[in-house]
Design a protein around this ligand. Structure first.
Ligand SMILES: [Zn+2]
Length: 417
């Protein structure tokens, strides 16, 4: 893995960067210029509410800029020192921080505006940032080998849940959490009409090739934002909003190939293992610990820096390696931090990129190098501690909504690990 911890200075030209996609926090733009140092890289540009960065020269903007830089440097260190040992070096994509000027940011913002989805327009690229993250490109507009009739295809999986919680600290009405996973319960909050997805992420993490393939079919039926297939850099769905042969060349082959990868790559079992271990407290028992730690000053409203994260990880590792199941020896602060780490790892995206995926008209797909792929996790910046009350409310709402739709325990569809 090559995570470069210094700040890199490269001349960036706004016209060389194309819009790829965006989430709540970042806009991703990819490079198509001539500088070999930047080819094959994407830039993650932080967003803010429209207008929040109006005065880039103010004292507040300068303070914000320094804080943001520190946060991004911490995120790099977090990836190198915590995410990497947990999931494995080979699954953390190379990344580095590069200087960006206000002029560059404003120009890119203008250039990409017309390509952004309407629902995202309440936020824009934050022109106060002084550095942005360069990451290895995993969604490409062009296949690696243009001489063949092939596509660049990337599959993005956001499973959001990897195991059933093992916590013993649930209120009686929450015992359903031991049977039905967070993702499956959440469906009833997301789709009030009861039209819920059949996809269960525990199937994807089952290690069983057939169950994985079936789960990908279910995922393709209701991909929402959790399952995305990019063909030559564009996310595709058919006219019914599903992922099928109509929008992905050789969808069955892709499903089977991804199922093979999910079974074989250690990434999936590592994510699941750490999810089980880290989520031992669950949000229900962590909220009172969070409140207590805030009252006594063990935690403050200041978000933890990299030092605090390293301590948390060392403590966790020590407990895990000693084989101790005694959660009572864990401090409030440690329990809160472990929950945030669990949430961070639960929310990562897994990207699988095929450089030379056979085109629709290819008859002999076996001769093409479709099995050559790159795999990695993205979106692993640490979540904020201040989200704890929000997570607790969401958890309570999800359970309540699920039970409203499925009050009879005998008729609840249990999730199987
Ligand atoms: Zn489930």
């Amino acid at each position: 893995m090559s995570i470069s911890k210094g700040l890199v200075d490269i001349q960036l030209v706004p016209a060389d960067w194309d819009y790829v996609e965006e989430g709540i926090e970042n806009v991703i733009v990819s490079y198509h210029g001539k500088d070999p140092k930047l080819q094959g890289w994407v830039l993650r540009l932080t967003k803010c509410d429209v207008g929040a960065d109006a005065d880039v020269d103010s004292h507040e903007a300068s303070l914000f800029r320094n804080k943001e830089l520190q946060r991004k440097q911490d995120a790099l260190e977090f990836a190198a020192s915590i995410v990497s040992p947990i999931v494995g070096d080979e699954y953390v994509l190379p990344q580095m921080l590069v200087n960006v000027s206000t002029e560059f940011l404003l120009q890119v913002r203008e250039n990409i505006e017309s390509q952004r989805p309407t629902k995202r327009l309440a936020k824009c690229i934050d022109s106060r940032q002084s550095a942005s993250m360069l990451t290895k490109e995993m969604i490409s507009r062009t296949p690696a080998d243009n001489t063949q009739d092939v596509h660049s295809v990337t599959v993005e999986l956001k499973p959001k849940c990897m195991a059933l919680p093992r916590s013993e600290f649930f209120a009686p009405e929450s015992s359903v959490k031991h049977r039905v996973c967070w993702y499956c319960m959440h469906q009833y909050t997301l789709h009030e009409d009861g039209n819920v997805s059949k996809f269960c992420p525990l199937e994807l993490f089952s290690g069983d090739r057939d169950r994985i393939a079936r789960s990908l079919d279910h995922f393709a039926q209701s991909p929402n934002n959790n399952f995305v297939v990019f063909v030559d850099g564009r996310s595709v769905v058919d006219e019914q909003g599903k992922i099928s042969d109509k929008c992905v060349p050789h969808w069955d082959l892709l499903r089977d190939t991804v199922a093979d990868i999910a079974q074989k790559e250690d990434l999936f079992s590592r994510l699941q293992l750490v999810q089980r271990e880290l989520d031992s407290f669950n949000i229900e028992s962590v909220l009172p610990k969070y409140k207590h730690a805030m009252e006594t000053g063990t935690l403050t409203t200041e978000e933890p820096g990299i030092g605090a994260w390293l301590n948390t990880y060392t403590e966790f590792r020590k407990r895990l390696d000693s084989g101790s199941n005694d959660d009572s020896i864990v401090s409030d602060c440690q329990a809160v931090m472990e929950l945030i780490l669990a949430t961070t790892l639960r929310d990562v995206s897994v990207l699988i990129k095929f450089d030379s995926w056979p085109a629709r008209n290819a008859t002999d797909t076996s001769s093409l190098e479709h099995s050559k792929y790159t795999i990695g996790v993205v979106d692993h910046d640490p979540k904020k501690l201040s989200n704890i009350p929000k997570y607790h409310k969401l958890d309570r709402d999800i359970v309540a909504t699920y039970l409203q739709h499925n009050p009879d325990e005998a008729r609840q569809r249990p999730c199987r690990e």
